[in-house]
Design a protein. Structure first.
Length: 134
């Protein structure tokens, strides 16, 4: 031991940690659509392959300024999700539609760090937009 004690201090404190992930998503979806008049209902399922482009962790300890860490290089960057979606659509004409699509994504392969720690994210999404049918 060094003459003035250990070089590592053990302090118990409360802290908050937030991780922000930005990723590229490649979906492969299969579905069935039923049209009733100007309305459409689509049920779909499939796989999403995600690649982390950036990952940033913010650590907040009371009384100190928050610190931000880039943890992108410390994570395994690929992940696989199974996605289930239900799409509600209104067709203004034969081609143009407006839709609302809630989805649930179940992560099969989680994000793991080089230290063996990891996490899984099961997600709810709500997509909305305009569609054009050819």
């Amino acid at each position: 031991n060094p003459p003035f004690g250990s070089d590592t201090s053990h302090v118990h404190t409360h802290y908050e940690s937030a991780v922000r992930l930005n990723f590229l998503e490649v979906p492969i979806q299969f579905g069935y659509e039923k049209r009733i008049g100007n309305f459409g209902l689509q049920l779909s399922t499939g796989l999403n392959f995600n690649y982390i482009t950036t990952a940033q962790q913010t650590l907040s300890i009371p009384g100190y300024s928050p610190s931000q860490l880039n943890i992108t290089q410390h994570l395994e960057r690929w992940s696989i999700y199974q996605q289930q979606s239900l799409k509600f659509e209104y067709f203004a004409n034969r081609h143009l539609g407006i839709y609302l699509e809630p989805s649930y994504l179940l992560q099969w392969k989680g994000y793991e760090s080089q230290t063996g720690q990891g996490f899984k994210l099961n997600l709810w999404q709500l997509n909305t937009g305009i569609s054009w049918k050819f």
